[in-house]
Design a protein around this ligand. Structure first.
Ligand code: MRU
Length: 340
């Protein structure tokens, strides 16, 4: 079953995004008519999730070209503007760089605009296909009866479709495995409560939503067979950056001997950095923590620390499920095999 919705779509000269800020209460489409709208949509998390951000940014480069093709300097500045919308997920820079490298090769061609649009569509389609393949590869690590814990949202909404971690879970479920999922609500933006819970209920996968702090008890009590979650950036040594809370989960899993899997496309690996300490961690606003859906829950004068991501050391990771295969330790040696 492929979802009935499309996370992103290019139609009538606009990029159409599901507005992930208001799901599941409302299902609304957000229209991006130019590259500034794309930058806003990424920065303000209308669209979020590393691969979805990458695919959206690719269309952003195309829209920037359409608008600024007679001024190369402004076009390149616009591309940089898009790539800086959020700092952590490597897919954003990866997609902009790929579009720009292609632009350099095609800029003297008459149909450059069309070629750039085609490449953006290709990046989107490649992501969907790689998720489908990742799901099939992941079957090998999901037992016939499995209770799985996931964090944040690494589903169709976070990608061009199907999802990475949720893609593996759905593939196992549709392969008739007996799956039960616990979804962390994922404070402060509640991607688990709002988005993963929405996707799991749409797909009719037996599941329960839990407050983040319930995970440790479930793991200690032997209620979780494995954890599967996504990644925003993976270093050459296998350190994984993902939504805040991932690191804590990995420590608890290691303590209790529960397998801890990361599902991500090869494009999430940053082959330029030796380890996770080089990954820029986005800090978001204090009001994300002080308010929930516009309702104040903490004193306005209270200072807040709100890092959006954390880094899980590779020693806490059982394996990384990719579209090209499952990468096991030793990660440094095994990840190097995927550098093209
Ligand atoms: O801040 P977000 O919602 O963009 O963070 C998303 C995550 O951390 C996901 O787990 C990650 O991007 C993987 S999505 C396939």
């Amino acid at each position: 079953m492929i979802e009935k919705f499309r996370t992103l779509e290019y139609k009538d000269n606009k990029v159409l995004l599901i507005d992930q800020r208001i799901l599941p209460v409302e299902f609304k489409i957000y229209e991006c008519k130019d590259y500034k709208d794309i930058e806003f949509a990424i920065r303000e998390m209308v669209v979020r999730g590393a691969p979805a951000i990458g695919a959206t940014a690719a269309y952003g480069v195309f829209l920037a070209y359409k608008e600024l093709k007679n001024n190369e300097e402004s076009f390149k500045k616009a591309c940089e503007f898009i790539s800086l919308a959020r700092p952590t997920a490597i897919n954003l820079k990866w997609a902009v760089d790929r579009m720009l490298a292609f632009y350099e090769k095609s800029k003297h061609k008459e149909n450059c605009e069309k070629l750039l649009l085609n490449l953006a569509k290709e990046i989107q389609e490649e992501d969907l296909q790689s998720n489908i393949q990742m799901g099939k590869n992941g079957l090998a690590v999901v037992p016939q009866n499995a209770t799985i814990l996931t964090h944040c949202n690494a589903g169709a909404l976070a990608t061009a479709g199907w999802g990475t971690a949720i893609g593996v879970i759905k593939t196992a479920f549709y392969a008739n495995k007996n799956i039960f999922v616990y979804a962390d609500e994922t404070r402060p933006r509640l991607q688990g409560a709002r988005l993963t819970a929405w996707e799991l209920t749409q797909a009719k996968i037996p599941s329960k939503l839990i407050p983040d702090s319930a995970a440790a008890t479930l793991i200690r009590d032997g209620k979780i067979d494995l954890v599967i979650l996504g990644a925003d950036r993976i270093a050459k040594n296998g350190d994984v950056c993902n939504k805040l809370g991932t690191f804590a989960l990995s420590v608890i899993c290691k303590h209790y001997g529960v397998p801890f899997y990361v599902a991500a496309p090869i494009s999430t690996i940053d082959f330029t950095i030796p380890d996770g300490s080089y990954i820029p961690i986005e800090e978001r606003t204090a009001d994300e923590v002080r308010f929930i859906d516009g309702v104040q829950i903490a004193p306005l004068e209270m200072d807040v620390y709100n890092p959006s991501f954390d880094v899980t050391p590779h020693g806490n990771i059982t394996a990384i499920i990719t579209e090209k295969g499952i990468i096991y330790p030793p990660f440094k040696e095994n990840i190097a095999k995927y550098k093209n």
